[in-house]
Design a binder for this molecule. Sequence first.
Ligand SMILES: [Zn+2]
Ligand SMILES: [Zn+2]
Length: 179
Amino acid sequence: MTFAHDTEEALRSAAALVNTADDPDTLSTVQDLETFYLEQGWKGLRSGTPQELAEVRALRPRLRRMWTSEVEELVEEVNAMMREGAALPQIVRHDGLDWHLHVTTHDQPLATRMAVEAAMGLADAIRMGETDRLRLCEADDCDRVFVDLSRNRSRRYCDVTCSNRMAAAAYRARQSEEP
Ligand SMILES: [Zn+2]
Ligand SMILES: [Zn+2]
């Protein structure tokens, strides 16, 4: 295991958020945000307002930039996010989960918690020297981000759809080369 469970979750969730900005945008309405919140297992305060939606949407380009930036720049942004979100790390144990870190409380605005949780996951990747696991999909016409949790850091595509698509394209290319 490369990262602690909560770090993996934080990074996966941050990537999922960035990828909602894909075309078509799957975070366009308050209802979309409710669906995302439930799918990603978020808990705690949710106002369900357009303001909240706007705040969460605004996080996406910022996280995308962080995903692809050099370490020094990433560090500055991570620290800024933790300051802005007034991150307060606390070790807790609850609901059958063993000791783990909470960096914010459930009564903070959703966008703040999303930012701080993502920043904490990124901070862990930085201090473990694993930021090269923050990847952009290499498939043609795909801008999605992902976290490569494979043992040998060999993952190139965001999901099976992209890897199948690229495998099929490579197969066709080989076929057409044959006399
Ligand atoms: Zn917890
Ligand atoms: Zn892809």
